[in-house]
Design a protein around this ligand. Structure first.
Ligand code: PEP
Length: 263
């Protein structure tokens, strides 16, 4: 039996002070919910303050990205070694925005080329996180043009296999996958729950192929893409959807608490 998991991705939205206020208001509402795993992923600069606030609660801390080297001349980067010092239990990798594949949001002209995650960099990041016992949350998903030519399975399989290349399956028991169709991120255009279930079941099959059936049964597969309090229950009720990765709606303490309650 897989415990449901709901992850809030705050992206580059709250400052440290705003993030502290958000998580305080949120914790008050979910304080009694111990049968669901909850993670918030603040921007790096908000991690120290949020960590103090979640320390003795059931809310776990995650980061939004990581660099694979431990330390060195990599200006602006943050390593898994650094995240482990702040007790980050989870870290998002391969988010479509980091891969330069935006959903409803068009980045300002001239900024898209700064987002250049590839399957190879995702793979390096996953290995670095596992070394420090931080659970990777691997984001995979197709763009609208890819879906329209029937390439959804091909894309997500390539992303999962690329991310896990050379990783020992015995290290993957806390690994999480988030199926995030790019066209559904930040657009309000949620994937039909039956279709999200179909792709999540397909991803579970790919994990079984890369590792084994036991691992595939225990790995949590989330859905992400315009999850809201109104649609969370139906999405999370699907057999192969073990919770959600929530962007915009995680910035509202009440709404995010309602989404967690749906799980
Ligand atoms: C996300 O950023 O991972 C995401 C799913 O965003 P939203 O919920 O806003 O679509």
């Amino acid at each position: 039996m897989r415990t449901k998991l709901v992850v809030g991705n705050w992206k580059m939205s709250p400052t440290s002070r705003e993030g502290a206020a958000l998580v305080e208001a949120f914790i008050k509402q979910v304080d009694y919910l111990w049968d669901v795993d909850i993670v918030v992923c603040p921007p790096y600069v908000a991690i120290p303050r949020v960590r103090e606030l979640v320390k003795d609660t059931q809310v776990k801390l995650g980061a939004q990205d990581v660099f694979w080297e431990d330390s060195g001349a990599f200006t602006g980067k943050v390593s898994a070694r650094m995240l482990s010092e702040f007790c980050c239990d989870y870290c998002i990798v391969g988010h479509s925005e980091a891969r330069g594949r935006f959903g409803g949001y068009e980045p300002p002209i001239g900024t898209r080329e700064y987002f250049s995650e590839t399957d190879e960099t995702v793979n390096r990041k996953i290995k670095a996180l596992l070394y420090y016992s931080i659970s990777p949350i691997l984001c995979v998903g197709e763009t609208k043009p890819e879906r329209s030519v029937g390439e959804t399975e091909k894309v997500v399989e390539r992303q999962v296999r690329g991310a896990l290349a050379g990783v020992d399956p015995s290290e993957l028991y806390t690994f999480v996958v988030a199926y995030e169709p790019v066209w559904a991120i930040g657009t309000g255009d949620t994937c039909d729950p039956g279709e999200a279930e179909r792709v999540c079941a397909f991803i579970r099959g790919v994990v079984a192929g890369v590792a084994d059936q036991d691992l595939a049964e225990s790995v949590r597969i989330l859905y992400g893409g315009s999850v809201k309090p109104e649609n969370a229950r139906e999405l999370f009720g699907q057999a192969n959807i073990d919770g959600g990765l929530v962007g915009g709606a995680s910035l509202d303490a009440d709404g995010f608490a309602r989404i967690v309650m749906s799980a």
